[in-house]
Design a protein. Structure first.
Length: 178
């Protein structure tokens, strides 16, 4: 957040940065857009908590406001999963392994960073969503006009897609979606 603050000041952009838990953070009817990018959704072990995050976003949007969530879709992941990936990073190596859990419900990603002959491990488990599943969660949370895209330029979500972006609108505004 300190780095983000510095970047915003350099760019003379006036922003309010806050640190909060998306499970509990709500600012009723305060925003036109809630944007959740680069797989920042699905980390709670209880699926009801992930659904709660969507309801919090719904509550924080003004009528007509839109929620966008950008994740690695289950369909996309299925195309390349199973091959360990090795990335060179500033003289170190990162090995990434993905493991599908609970009949394609969740994904565990394990990383090993090897630098100067020393290995360190990290791991994250998150829910995996197909387009239909995430669209259904949006609708359950009260969103209308829910659509899936394969990119931020509005590409279709299809066999070329690298990301899954779902957009929903909070009913009640006169802006419509565009
Ligand atoms: C894969 S990273 C994406 C980071 C960033 N959005 C980006 O585009 O680089 C996932 C992010 O989800 C955030 N996150 C996970 N659980 C959270 C929670 N309960 N409340 C708020 N943020 C959370 C983490 O802090 C992390 O920054």
């Amino acid at each position: 957040l300190k780095r983000a603050q510095a970047v915003c000041e350099d760019a003379a952009v006036d922003v309010r940065l806050i640190r909060a838990d998306m499970l509990t953070h709500v600012e009723p009817e305060s925003y036109d857009v809630v944007l959740n990018v680069f797989t920042s959704f699905g980390y709670f072990d209880d699926p009801r908590d992930n659904a709660r995050v969507l309801r919090n976003a719904h509550e924080s949007l003004a009528p007509g406001g839109q929620l966008l969530i950008d994740v690695m879709g289950k369909e996309v992941l299925a195309g390349w999963i199973g091959r360990p990936q090795i990335v060179e990073l500033d003289g170190a190596y990162v090995v990434q392994r993905d493991t599908v859990l609970d009949s394609w419900t969740r994904l565990r990603t394990d990383w090993t960073l090897v630098r100067d002959g020393i290995a360190r491990d990290a791991s994250i488990t998150s829910f995996l969503y197909s387009a239909a599943e995430l669209r259904g969660l949006f609708e359950d949370a009260g969103f209308a006009e829910v659509e899936c895209f394969g990119g931020f330029d509005g590409e279709p979500y299809d066999h070329h897609s690298k990301r899954l972006i779902v957009r929903g609108t909070k009913p009640g505004g006169d802006r419509g979606s565009s």
